[in-house]
Design a protein around this ligand. Structure first.
Ligand code: COA
Length: 325
């Protein structure tokens, strides 16, 4: 049986120039490098420059991914940007990226699932490719979370950063087995009753202002370990695979303790886990594609490797995906 698969043919990333260290934060907040490192694993984060927007970050990552794929922007049929920090309330940041790239043949829209955004965007693009509606897609996670942080709230502002990552997907035919290259499956969930654990206290239809991120850290932590382990098991079972088949585990980068806890629950050894949180912090929808970018740049993730991704974010939303690189 021949099936259509969405195969990753290029991966790109972009981080803003400015680095903000824990020590710099400790000079203006009641916090310390030691507290932030111990509780989260973070030592620094990147911060977008004044005037540098989510679409600029996303466009830079997309250009990098197109170049890695040997594609031009005109080859792209679909652009999905996962972001919770769009340039404007509308239009979609994806259309701004489209214009900046000159991807004239593409349709473009945003997906909003906060830190799970990239998994949702990948699932969306994969379904467009599998249905035959497009033959190629750019899936981008791009965020300027620094713009929605309350810089007086030490419980949240130390945890996040800015950045963007992107994948180019191309339709190829596979045999319908887990040996195929491409997206093997995605698994998405949400539970809107958990809104109050992680949200932004503003928006066009409520306050008319952008608002700031608010979080019940301990509760989010509790849900994260349980739900991310569950949704990765779901991905493995759906494909009749086990944790030992995984070459690389690339989780959302929210907290090193969450990453370690989930990997341990799944029985995945530390040397198979891609961790970027120490230098990137939590870049929300950009964290997984940025981690994929780092691990392809340093040649850890190679063609035919089996990659497991998973994330949880505001909503709450959570999801996983299995990709043979
Ligand atoms: N520096 C120093 N102290 C801090 C601090 C900071 N930046 N932030 C909070 N504290 C203090 C708290 O005020 C609290 O003090 P108290 O005991 O006197 O009240 C103490 O540290 C412990 O806070 P607590 O919230 O219990 O810490 P924690 O061990 O749960 O770690 C998080 C806090 C936020 C790092 C952790 O809960 C977490 O990572 N949660 C998940 C967050 C997440 O993943 N979010 C994104 C999901 S996509």
């Amino acid at each position: 049986m021949t099936v259509r698969r969405s195969v990753v043919v290029g991966c790109g990333g972009y981080l803003p120039e400015k680095v903000l260290t824990n020590d710099e934060l400790a000079q203006r907040l009641d916090t310390s490098d030691e507290w932030i490192r111990d509780r989260s694993g973070i030592t620094q984060r990147y911060i977008a420059a004044e005037g540098e927007m989510t679409s600029d970050l996303g466009t830079a990552a997309a250009r990098d991914a197109l170049s890695a794929a040997g594609f031009t922007a005109a080859d792209i049929g679909l652009i999905v940007v996962a972001t919770s920090t769009p340039d404007e309330t509308f239009p979609a940041t994806a259309t701004v990226v489209q214009a900046k790239l000159g991807a004239d043949k593409a349709m473009a829209f945003d997906v909003q699932a906060v830190c799970s955004g990239f998994v949702y965007a990948l699932a969306t693009a994969d379904n467009f490719i599998k249905s035959g509606q497009v033959d190629s897609a750019l899936v981008i996670g791009a965020e300027t979370f620094s713009r929605i942080l309350d810089w007086q709230d030490r419980g949240t502002c130390v945890l996040f950063g800015d950045g963007a990552g992107a994948l180019v997907l191309k339709a190829e035919s596979g045999a319908g087995t887990t040996a195929d290259r491409g997206v093997l499956s995605t698994h998405l969930h949400s539970d809107g009753r958990l809104h109050d654990l992680l949200y932004v206290d503003g928006g066009p239809s409520s306050t008319g202002e952008v608002g700031f991120l608010r979080m019940e850290g301990k509760e989010v932590f509790r849900h994260a370990v349980v739900k991310m382990a569950e949704v990765t098991v779901e991905a493995l079972e759906a494909n009749d695979l086990s944790a030992s088949d995984i070459d690389w585990f690339v989780p959302h980068q929210a907290n090193k303790r969450i990453i370690d806890g989930t990997a341990k629950k799944l029985g995945i050894s530390g040397d198979k886990v891609v961790v970027t949180i120490e230098s990137h912090a939590n870049t929300s929808a950009a964290s997984i594609p940025l981690a994929l970018w780092v691990a392809t740049q340093d040649q850890r993730i190679k063609r035919d490797d089996l990659v497991l991704i998973e994330a949880l974010g505001g909503g709450m939303t959570w999801g996983s995906g299995l990709v043979r690189w």
